[in-house]
Design a protein around this ligand. Structure first.
Ligand SMILES: Nc1ncnc2c1ncn2[C@@H]1O[C@H](COP(=O)(O)OP(=O)(O)OP(=O)(O)O)[C@@H](O)[C@H]1O
Ligand SMILES: [Mg+2]
Length: 410
């Protein structure tokens, strides 16, 4: 099965005040037939730019971009036009033609295809409008419709010719919460029925639950593999738990030397370092600040204060030499993750205790160290059975995988 979209090392530049400004940096992405993918990321990160490149609305400057098995780098305007007819587009502001009825708006999309008779176009358009719940409004004009109704028409128009690829840019942003969710669910259900792949650009985390494939754009870079990074930092999370938490994360950046939090602050976030280094510093009154440890990529911090429901027990700041970037969880999302993964909870609690007992020199047996409850033991036993390994072996490995801070502090 060939991918519907295959992007390799795609760069893109705009001219700004006579200067060339790079917007996309080495983007790689593959989307398979029938896949539903959400593309999210901060405003200005380059999402629309990427979507318009995929949609053949801009020409490719650098790198490879294949859509429906056609290379767009170097493609002619005629080739791009032909491809555009095989793609369904849904935009934030509906883009319906005001002087045409609902039915005419949808039929237009089929008439552009040329291989439909007017009678066929009418029948197919009526059918899909009925499927999106607009059967009673065939002869209405867009100005007489609500936002949700307009978006349903836009969906019918984008899907009526059964395109193998559907692109949607912020399809819910002009709609209220309930309507937004409803139209996106409708769109993905129809797309599934037709076997189309769907790529949706959205900021709207309320629709993240329609798929488990969410890619993030960060300053023109795509998908820095958050799932992989989280699973390295927190090996006890299952794949399901990882896909559940990924939509909740945020990415924060810190300048060299910038304080992430101070000892004594209220604990409200949990951090997993992606890039750079941070220093963990003890700042007790009456004594010199003391560097407790340095943490590198894939280490986590901030859990001690959260687990104790209290204040930061140390100051953390980005190393002076380099900026730092971290995956960040808000307290409530961290707490939910702890509830959903008792193994992770056991390990983090264990670590927090170890940090508190920094002076303890010797390690008791692994079994005594890990406060495992029945359910956790069950998970562990299942895991051991699946992997045909002994409990002590797995536990020792987990303990040894605990971030370097434990080892350093002992
Ligand atoms: N035609 C253009 N000419 C010059 N710069 C542009 C052009 N279009 C976009 N940009 C710039 O490129 C960057 C990426 O823009 P883009 O519209 O792709 O972001 P986005 O992720 O879709 O943002 P949003 O979430 O706000 O829609 C921004 O800095 C924007 O100002
Ligand atoms: Mg945009």
């Amino acid at each position: 099965m060939n991918p519907v979209i295959k992007i390799q090392e795609l760069n893109h530049y705009y001219q700004e005040a006579g200067r060339k400004k790079q917007i996309l940096f080495g983007v790689n992405l593959e989307i398979n037939p029938q896949e539903v993918v959400i593309l999210t990321g901060a405003s200005g990160s380059g999402k629309t730019t990427l979507l318009t490149l995929i949609g053949c609305l801009r020409s490719v400057q650098e790198g490879s971009l294949k859509v429906l098995e056609h290379e767009l780098k170097g493609a002619s305007e005629v080739e791009r036009m032909k491809l555009r007819q095989r793609i369904g587009y849904i935009f934030q502001h509906f883009n319906l033609l005001d002087f045409m009825t609902v039915l005419q708006n949808v039929m237009l999309s089929l008439e552009l295809q040329k291989n439909f008779t007017p009678a066929e176009a009418k029948r197919k358009s009526t059918e899909i409008l009925q499927a999106v719940g607009m059967g009673k409004h065939l002869n209405a004009y867009p100005r007489d419709l609500s936002g949700g109704q307009k978006q349903r028409v836009a969906i019918a128009r984008a899907l009526v010719h059964r395109p193998p690829l559907i692109l949607a840019d912020e399809p819910t942003s002009a709609l209220d919460r309930h309507t937004g969710q409803e139209v996106v669910e409708l769109m993905t259900a129809l797309a599934k029925e037709q076997g189309s792949a769907v790529l949706i650009v959205t900021h709207d985390s309320r629709i993240f639950n329609i798929t488990n494939r969410i890619v993030r754009m960060e300053d023109g870079q795509l998908d820095l593999d958050y799932q992989g990074r989280l699973s390295v930092a927190l090996p006890t999370l299952t794949d399901k738990q990882l896909t559940d938490v990924i939509p909740k994360i945020n990415i924060l950046k810190f300048q060299p030397g910038e304080i992430v939090f101070r000892q004594g602050d209220l604990a409200d976030k949990f951090y997993i370092l992606m890039e750079g280094e941070v220093d963990v510093i003890q700042e007790d009154p009456g004594s010199e600040p003391k560097l407790l440890r340095k943490l590198g990529p894939n280490s986590y911090f901030g859990e001690v204060g959260l687990l104790q429901q209290g204040k930061r027990t140390a100051t953390v700041k980005a190393a002076d030499s380099t900026p730092a970037k971290a995956i960040v969880f808000e307290r409530t999302d961290f707490q939910k993750m702890m509830l959903n993964s008792e193994m992770t909870s056991a390990l983090l609690n264990y670590q927090a205790i170890k940090i508190e007992q920094r002076e303890a020199k010797t390690r008791p047996s692994v079994y005594q160290q890990l406060p495992l409850a029945n359910k956790e033991l069950q998970i562990l036993e299942d895991y051991c059975r699946q992997t045909s390994r002994s409990k002590i072996d797995v536990l020792s490995e987990l303990v040894n995988q605990l971030p370097t801070q434990i080892k350093d502090s002992e």
